[in-house]
Design a protein around this ligand. Structure first.
Ligand SMILES: Nc1ncnc2c1ncn2[C@@H]1O[C@H](COP(=O)(O)OP(=O)(O)OP(=O)(O)O)[C@@H](O)[C@H]1O
Ligand SMILES: [Mg+2]
Length: 340
């Protein structure tokens, strides 16, 4: 009998929420953001809330409910999750679902249980709530048979975090979560532009400039940005050379490389040999950052493997867990904070 009960696989990122829905086989993605008006009334969520970010008047608060890979505001996160699940199920007769949630390895037990409570208490008819270590889901999303592979290094570079993991035989041997990712890259670009050009730019502008670097057609051109001149206070347009932007990112990229090396130093030698043969797998949206692969390769002397759609690998891995009973064993249940 095929398994036809409704199930969702959720990768709660600090920047983007990705939801695999087994009823139509799609992965949905929107910004993980909420906009609240007059202190307590929901105004917008997801991409619509992000459109208002850094543009809204004082009575509208926009915020990311997650920070550094963990839940910063459980109420906001529940609201956003409930809105998305309701949108996805309102046209069908929805009578409950199983939820598979990916979680970082290197967080505290309390932080992990908070993910369980989040889903269980979000009023979304959650039957079973199961956890999958994010790096394991990532490996499955890369089509690696994580249950039999020995010595696989995955570096997921997201928005607030980078998770560096060594997998072997279905488990995680070593793992480190560091607070470096796309948000830090954007901040570094803003700081450099401010320092060199006396120009204040918003984080969305900085992100656009960063993403444009990886577009081969625009690669050699200067970036045109709009912002506010600090001296005159007036809105202006400026050309920013690509070199300045690229060098602004070096410090954070080097910090990722240093942490990769620390993990490699702690890796048992037999696994190190496998990692040498496979190379490093880089995933997460920021895997697309221009030259990140080249710099990791130079810094470690290891081959770097990239993938077509790195932002969705974790959700695609959760999809495999949901679809293929052979991978069900990587999902586990935990108790919530109340012991439920
Ligand atoms: N072409 C690109 N070049 C550089 N960065 C990119 C590109 N495309 C997307 N990104 C970055 O990817 C990041 C989002 O990635 P992702 O969705 O994997 O993060 P997340 O899962 O929300 O965060 P985290 O895993 O840290 O909680 C953003 O910072 C975005 O700017
Ligand atoms: Mg992520």
């Amino acid at each position: 009998m095929p398994n036809t009960s409704t199930a969702f696989g959720i990768d709660l990122g600090t920047g983007n929420i990705k939801i695999y829905n087994n009823t139509d086989g799609t992965v949905f993605r929107e910004k993980n953001m909420i906009a609240v008006i007059n202190k307590n009334t929901l105004f917008a969520y997801g991409d619509e809330a992000f459109d208002m970010y850094e543009k809204a008047p004082a009575n509208i608060r926009t915020s990311f409910p997650l920070a550094n890979g963990v839940i910063a505001d459980i109420k906001d996160m529940q609201t956003v999750l409930k809105c998305f699940i309701t949108d996805m199920t309102e046209k069908s007769k929805f009578n409950g679902a199983d939820f598979y949630i990916s979680v970082p390895k290197d967080i505290t037990e309390v932080e992990k249980r908070a993910f369980y409570d989040l889903v269980k208490d979000a009023n979304i008819k959650a039957r079973n709530v199961l956890m999958v270590d994010k790096a394991i889901a990532d490996g499955l999303g890369l089509d690696i048979d994580v249950k039999t592979s020995q010595g696989v290094m995955i570096v997921n570079v997201g928005f607030d975090t980078t998770e560096i993991s060594i997998l072997s035989l279905g488990g995680i041997v070593l793992s480190k979560l560091i607070k470096v990712g796309g948000r830090k890259f954007d901040e570094a670009i803003r700081n450099a532009v401010r320092r060199e050009y006396n120009l204040m730019i918003g984080s969305k502008t900085a992100e656009k400039v960063k993403i444009a670097l990886s577009n081969p057609e625009a690669a050699e051109e200067d970036s045109i940005v709009y912002g506010r001149d600090i001296v005159t206070g007036l809105p202006v347009e400026r050309k920013i050379p690509t070199d300045l932007i690229e060098s602004a990112l070096n410090e954070h990229i080097n910090s990722i490389i240093d942490n990769i090396k620390v993990i490699l130093e702690r890796t048992p030698p037999e696994l190190a040999a496998d990692i040498y043969r496979h190379g490093i797998f880089v995933t997460g949206g920021s895997a697309k950052l221009k030259n990140l692969d080249v710099m990791i390769n130079k810094g470690t002397n290891l081959k770097v493997n990239l993938t077509e759609d790195p932002i969705s690998t974790v959700a695609n891995g959760l999809a495999r867990v949901i679809k293929d009973d052979n991978f069900k064993t990587v999902a586990y249940s935990i108790q919530g904070l109340s012991g439920k």
